[in-house]
Structures are given as structure tokens and as C-alpha cells.
Design a protein around this ligand. Sequence first.
Ligand code: ATP
Length: 258
Amino acid sequence: MEDGRWKKAASAVMACQGFNFIFYPSSFIFSFIRRRLMKIGLFGGTFDPIHWGHLRSAEEVSETFGLDRLYFIPTSIPPHKRGQTTTPASDRLQMVRLAVARNPRFSVSTAEISRPGVSYSIDTIRAFAARKQPGDALYFVIGLDAFREIGTWKDFPAIFPLCNFIVTSRPGSKERDPLKGTGVAVKKLFCYDSKQKDYRHQSGTRIYFIELTDIAISASEIRALVEQRKSIRYLVPIDVAKYIERRGLYGGRRGKRS
Ligand code: ATP
């Protein structure tokens, strides 16, 4: 656009702003202080212990989806691993705190640990949905293996209108369709959006799939290594390794070098 047209366009915009200020002063002011809508991620797990696989996937998800904040939510009594997790919730929580301490976009939530009874995701998501500001969006981050089970979760149809899902690839798995294997009861609630290449719920929420860098670490492998008195260095953050050693978790000797 040549110089004269720029000036005309600029003065038209200023005239509109002036008109707004005179006749609608509040809308004029609010347009300047309007809050940016937040994208809030929820990342649940037993984190027994938290490891680099969890942390790297959290980082890649946050970056790809532009999340403003990602809450790590250690579970108290996981419905699908009932009786399998013997590590005290306070230790798992402390390890998560140590692991995320240096990332300003990561936070830790005690929503499940401080709630008595079995940790159902519907209760956690409802709590976050009730607390968020209007317009903010929730994203529940979950591995493909865990998402396959969603049809067995308590009140699962009630979850979908409350949050989007970011389903992450699992190391070694070639599957890319998040709804495959979830069952008819789940599939019928979504339609495929071929433009966006994701699934849309009738409420407007979506299921996204993200392919992550494969980091084939599992918490069970770490527990087994500690039990066998083997090194877990470079599988977990150093502060987590030190904590496991100091507390003698997973049958390891207290004070042993990790
Ligand atoms: P376990 O071996 O005890 O089953 P886990 O590390 O697989 O432990 P959680 O701590 O409950 O299980 O995992 C929390 C979430 O992190 C789940 O959604 C899971 O799919 C995902 N996850 C776990 N390990 C990895 C990994 N290496 N890469 C990407 N995602 C992972």
C-alpha cells in the first residue's frame, strides 16, 4: 500500500477508536485489558517414579500445543493399578516436585493425593473445570495405551465435554489412531474432522494425537533396576535418583550411590 493510503487507513482506525471511547468507554477499556485465554494441561500418572520419558513427553506436548501451564497430577489410588502401587503418595509427590522444579510452565497438583478414596479422573477434571476462568481450555494428556482403556473409566461420557485430550504415542507402538481399540461406546461420541485430522466431540472438544520422540523408559523398569542394586543414572533426574537413594525406595539400600 502506498504512503497516502496507509495514512488514510490509520486515521480511519483512530476515528473508530475515538468513537468507541466516547460512546462505549467501558468496551474500549475492556478491549485493552481483555485477559488472554489460557490453555491448561493435566498430566496424571502414578509417577512411581517420575522419569525422563514423562518429562520429555510433557515438554514436547507443551511446546506443540502452546500450553500455558501443565499440571503433573500424581494419583493417590489409581483405579486400574489398585494395590499395585505401594510407594507412599508423599514420596511420589516429592519426586515429581523435584523433577519439575526448574520448569516455570510445569506445576504439581495435589488434587488426587489430597482427595480421599480412589482417584477417578472425572473428579479431577471436574475440579479443574470448576476452577478455570471462562474461555480457558483444559487438555488432558495421556499415553495411547492408557487412553485405550477410557471406555472403562467412571462416567467417561461426562468427561469429554469438559476437556480436550492429547493422546501421546508410546515407544515401540506404530498405532496413530487414538480411537482404535477404545470400543464402540467411545467411538460413537466422536466424528473425524478430515481438515484438522483429529476427532471432534459434539460439545466441540477434540482428541488430538501427537507422535513423541521415543524414550523407552518405564517406571517399572526403574523400580526393577533399583531392586537389583543397578544404576538408574540418566533414566531419572539426578535429584530424583538422590531422593530414591536417600529414602531407600524400591528395595534399594539407603545411601547407595545411584
Ligand atoms: P509403570 O511402568 O509403573 O506402568 P509408567 O511410567 O508407564 O509406569 P505412569 O507413571 O502411570 O506409568 O505414566 C503416566 C503417563 O505417562 C501415562 O499416560 C503413560 O502413558 C505416560 N508414559 C509413561 N512412560 C512414558 C514414556 N517413556 N514415554 C512417553 N509417555 C510415557
